[in-house]
Design a protein around this ligand. Structure first.
Ligand code: 5RP
Length: 230
């Protein structure tokens, strides 16, 4: 991570605050870029801004609690005004790879429940075509995961079981992640459906037709790209 990239994350995270209105129900994404959004949001809350958040991970819930950002219970019936989240790659069709931090399942649920889904990234994440070197994270239930891996292989894609600190990585839902190596993903919708059609797969990190707006932080400041279909 270069200092420029860190500055880009901060700039994007802080700029996203302009899309959150007082009184809004807000989806809170996960990751190092979202951290800057939460820090800025926490400052607004301190000065009287009233929002309620739904966090997409235990890590985000922890940070939101530290910042006194009010959270809604997961079980409540929420329809969100806006959700703000990071991404690992964004292409010019506003298709995303997400899940580098392993929170893709809750992130996709939250994005789907939001009227506006805003993606915040540093400029290194903006790519002409999705794919390697960023693998697509696929969340799989632990039971028989090698079978899912074999079926993913049969579609033409190698994958590896994600590990962290030499142990198998477990998501907040207790599932495992297969990181699937796909070179060029032009039709992300088809790949998303193919992966989700495999028994045992819960969700994958391709986000298609969900993003309203991308906020890109970079050396030239902040760039806003609005999806024409939203
Ligand atoms: C977590 C995610 C993150 O949003 C994505 O990995 C980007 O993270 P960062 O802002 O730390 O680069 O999808 O599951």
């Amino acid at each position: 991570m270069t200092p420029n990239q860190e500055d880009g994350k901060r700039a994007a995270g802080e700029a996203a605050l302009q899309y959150v209105q007082d009184g809004a129900l807000v989806g809170l994404g996960t990751g190092s870029t979202v951290k800057y959004f939460l820090l800025a949001l926490g400052e607004k809350v301190k000065s009287g801004f009233r929002i309620q958040g739904i966090p997409t991970s235990q890590d985000t819930a922890r940070l939101a609690n530290e910042l006194n950002i009010p959270l809604l219970p997961y079980e409540s019936n929420w329809e969100l005004d806006v959700a703000v989240d990071g991404a690992d790659q964004v292409d010019p069709q506003f298709q995303l790879i997400k899940g580098g931090g392993g929170a893709l399942l809750r992130e996709k649920i939250v994005a789907a429940a939001a009227r506006q889904f805003i993606v915040i990234v540093d400029e290194a994440k903006w790519v002409p075509v999705l794919g390697m070197p960023m693998p697509v994270p696929v969340e799989v239930i632990p039971f028989g995961w090698p079978n899912a891996q074999r079926q993913i292989r049969a579609l033409g894609w190698p994958s590896h079981l994600r590990k962290k600190n030499n142990a198998v990585f477990k998501t907040d839902e207790g599932n495992v992640i297969l990181d699937v190596e796909i070179d060029r993903i032009e039709d992300a919708g088809t790949v998303e459906a193919q992966l989700n059609g495999i028994p045992g797969v819960v969700e994958n990190g391709l986000f298609v037709n969900r993003t309203s707006l991308v906020v890109i932080g970079g050396t030239q400041g902040v760039q806003i790209k609005k999806c024409p279909t939203f």
